[in-house]
Structures are given as structure tokens and as C-alpha cells.
Design a protein around this ligand. Sequence first.
Ligand code: UDP
Length: 329
Amino acid sequence: MKTILVTGGAGYIGSHVVKMLGEAGYEVIVYDDLSTGHEWAVLSGRMVRGNINDTVKLQELLQQYNIDAVIHFAAHIIVPESVGNPLKYYLNNVMGTLNLLNVLKQCKIDKFIFSSTAAVYGIPSIIPVAEETPLSPINPYGRGKAMIEQVLSDLSFSNEIDYVTLRYFNVAGADPAGRIGEGKPDATHLITMALRTAAGLCPHLDVFGTDYPTFDGTCIRDYIHVVDLASAHLKALEYLFNGGKSDVFNCGYGKGYSVLEVITAAKEITGNNFQVNYTGRRPGDPPVLIADCEKIGNILSWQPSHNDLHHIIETAWNWEKTRIARYNG
Ligand code: UDP
């Protein structure tokens, strides 16, 4: 049985991957500082509390367990926050990852899956955007992720690591069985905010910008269900264990929805015509991000099975109601 270290495994995406790894028969060790994650979200394996900048703790952990591969989620992920507080992002997402990579090198662990983001593309001139597009991030969150992508490429070139980088587009939805989902009380992403507004936790939903060069003036994003994203990680893991060479893959569906389309769907599904306020643009938002997702299908044989905006929002809504009942908002 293979043992996988999952940093950030108590977080939203990490916890879905941990659950799937457990179901697939992997031994899982979660390493998470619980700054935004939750212990209740870890449905498989062992949970160790710690930060990726804590070299000694990481060394102890890697001496204790025989780790075959690492999936690295632990990171800050909020674009506007990264614009306001870049150092927070560089210290954790860049320095913490470098520290982790250094400890992995000392312990001779050389299989690595990295959570990257569509934000590395910035404002792409060709949509859908393919992996070979030159990276040109427009905010500190995207820049930090692009820096680590470059580091991984250099480490692979010097034969120190085999890695898969997954560039996530807009991740949403929740475990269809309703056991886990987005747990951050201060989440900022569109679908979560819309549903929390429908649930009465926020007085209204702000639409950030109506003057973008899109068909209805609002930003367009490629929303991918978190369970499909989780399965991409298992495919990446199998690929590396089968000797696949280091590579980078987009994770999206290749179809975009505007902010207003998402809001219309959220209103339909919740049956609540919640209040929407139209405000100015949010710093760091590109107008359109849609994945060219052919490569991951061709090379990792990844096939989505939750590819439907209504299903994404429905699973997120079911989870949101459970979360509110269980954790009191
Ligand atoms: N957005 C919005 N209101 C919100 C949250 C997000 O209008 O309360 C917009 C945001 O400006 C962007 C899109 O929804 O155009 C997706 O943003 P999100 O934060 O979900 O993900 P991002 O694309 O920033 O990773």
C-alpha cells in the first residue's frame, strides 16, 4: 500500500482528495496547520497539525512515515487578499513550498503533485487557454504559484523530482453525499457567497464589475466540480507511479459562465431571489478564464463526471445547508 502525504488536506479541495485517496486504498497522512482547514473534514488517514514553514516538524514527520508521494495543497488562495497583503502570500505559498521541497529532497521523496491555478495565465489573449501559453500572472497569488512552477521545472530538469502541476480553474461544489464541502466561514468565492446570501448569512451579493468586455459585462469563469478535480489528483498520482514524466495540466471543463449566469442558476436552485448589488471591479480579476482541457484527457485519461453548473451549485447548496445546521453558520 502506498502512503501519500497531503499538505493542506483539511481544507476544501484537500479534504475531497483525502477522502478519494482513502476510498482508493491509499494510506494518507494529512499535514495541515488548521488556519483555514478543519479536522472534521479529514475523513481518511491520520491528521498531523503543522505548518509548511516548520522545517523540524516536517523532518520528524517524514522520518516517522515512509512517504511515497506528496500532494501539496497548503496555501493561501484569495486573490484580492494577495493584492492587499502580498508578503503573507510569498511567505506561505513560496517560502513554505521551498521549505517543503528542501525537506523532501533531504528525505529522498521525489514524487510531487502541486496545486497551481489559472491565475498564472493573467489575462490570456487566446481563450480557451492552453498549458503552453506563456505565464503572465497579474496578482501576487498567481505570481507566487508561477514561481513555484518554475522551481519545479528546474528541479525536474536536475532529476531531483518528478512532478505534476495541476492548474485549477474555478473550483466549486461539494461531496454529493454531503459530508464535506467549503468550510471557511470567511470564504469569498462567487458560488459560496451567492449561496450564503440565499441562506440569509449575507444581506446581499456584490457583483464586482459590469463593464468587462464580455457578453453581459461580468467576468466569465470555468467552474469545475471539486470531485472531478479530486479525481484529477488520483490520475496524476497513478501517472507518476507509472513513470510518467513531469508535466503541467489545466483542470477545467472548457466552458465558461458569467457571474450573472451563476447568480441566475443560484437563485433558481435555492428558490431565493436574493438581493444583488452591482459594484466596481475587484482588483486582480481577469475578464475571462476558460481552460483548454484536452491535454489532461489525453495524457492522464481524466474524464469528468460532474460537469454541469446546476449540479455543482446543487451539491454546494446541500452542503451549505448541512454546514449551517451543523456548525451554526
Ligand atoms: N465575484 C463577484 N462577487 C463575489 C465573489 C466573486 O462578483 O462576491 C466575481 C469575481 O469578481 C470574479 C468571479 O466572480 O469575476 C469569480 O470570482 P471568485 O472569487 O469566485 O474566483 P477567482 O476567479 O477570483 O478565483
